[in-house]
Ligand binder design. Structure first.
Ligand code: SF4
Length: 351
């Protein structure tokens, strides 16, 4: 939803915090928060994209008419929705005809939403389907926020948690990711608490440093690690050649974790690659200085990757080795696997 600011510039409600929107609204329409606040509430909290007789405007038909003619369409439209065991994947087709995918995961009475931050990704992780697409483009803050708006207001999910873990590397689209976080957490809008936002990254240290300096409480960080040492990690994740694991850990140790927080670490277990006993030991030594919860994820096979999922025995054995090393480890199954919504499987195959 957009408001025309002048001949060429568009103000988009979905990519503005309340205060940013109020400022732009005043400049464009000469009206203060008596008007802009209810409009912001009407869109962000209630989910309307038309005025529908909104109170302060019904006495000003001229302004209402102007607003109606200025209101534009949301940045995309929902074109597909599939579900598997409570997990719902929905596809948004953007204005330039590209598709992005978002995944709703049920939690107790609430939902967690996994949002995309880019169309495709340029990080090239070997185990990831999105990485095979390459980077087509960054999403705007509006397109990121739209996914939460659509899940809540169009599909009716009670979204409390937002995880930047869909298509793309959010810290490779840093400005838009940060602006989206500001909008999502605005109490006068979508009002998602910072502690319920998690940004997943391969470990782009510049971006982690910027998130560390954000005003207000820190967001959670999830690190896609997947390897016990630089040798294996560089083979799986090209980013490790420029940002080795020691540099990543130093950066994480400087992150302002709140007292109750931990780093979430993802470890995709791949048969014959990172699944040996000594790998569990090296991983434990690497993680030892940090507060972490490790999600152990069996590799979801992607065509052409040349990688194999672990057997059930391998997976259980590796899990037990980590527990013996005193790592807090959670088993992560393949929830959503049948609809290609599991980790590393998002990739636009619905076109
Ligand atoms: S795992 Fe994440 S960072 Fe790596 S290629 Fe896939 S989407 Fe990109």
């Amino acid at each position: 939803m957009q408001i025309r600011l002048d001949g060429n510039v568009f103000v988009k409600i979905l990519d503005q915090t309340h205060d940013q929107f109020a400022d732009l609204f005043r400049r464009r329409y000469g009206k203060g928060t008596h008007y802009s606040t209810p409009l912001y509430h009407h869109v962000m909290k209630i989910g309307k994209t038309a005025l529908d007789g909104l109170a302060p405007f019904d006495r000003f038909p001229e302004l209402a008419g102007q607003l109606e003619s200025d209101l534009m369409q949301p940045p995309g439209r929902l074109v597909k929705q599939v579900s598997d065991g409570g997990v719902v994947k929905f596809v948004t087709r953007l204005a330039d005809d590209l598709d992005i995918e978002s995944v709703v995961i049920p939690m107790f009475r609430r939902h967690s939403l996994c949002v995309s931050s880019q169309v495709g990704c340029r990080m090239g992780c070997r185990f990831c389907r999105t990485g095979k697409m390459g980077l087509l483009r960054n999403l705007t803050a509006e397109e990121i926020v739209w996914q939460v708006f659509a899940a809540r207001h169009r599909l009716g999910f009670n979204v409390r948690n937002v995880v930047f873990m869909g298509m793309g590397e959010p810290l490779d689209n840093l400005d838009n990711t940060i602006q989206a976080i500001r909008v999502l957490t605005d109490q006068r809008g979508l009002n998602i608490a910072r502690r319920y936002i998690t940004v997943s990254t391969v470990g782009l240290t510049t971006g982690i440093d910027r998130l560390a300096r954000l005003d207000g409480p820190p967001v959670n960080l999830a690190i896609s690690l997947n390897a016990p040492d630089d040798d294996i990690r560089s083979r799986l994740m090209p980013i490790n050649r420029s940002i080795p694991m020691a540099v990543l850990r130093d950066t994480l140790l400087g992150y302002p974790l709140s007292k109750k927080s931990v780093f979430f670490v993802a470890y995709v277990l791949i048969q014959g690659v990172n699944d040996r006993h000594e790998h569990a030991g090296s991983l434990a030594r690497y993680l030892a200085p940090m507060k972490v919860k490790l999600n152990l994820i069996p590799y979801n096979p992607a065509p052409g990757s040349g990688l194999k999922p672990p057997s059930a025995e391998t997976y259980e054995r590796f899990h037990d080795w980590l527990v013996a090393e005193k790592i807090f480890v959670r088993r992560r199954g393949e929830k959503g696997g049948r609809i290609q919504a599991a980790c590393g499987q998002l990739g636009g195959q619905y076109r």
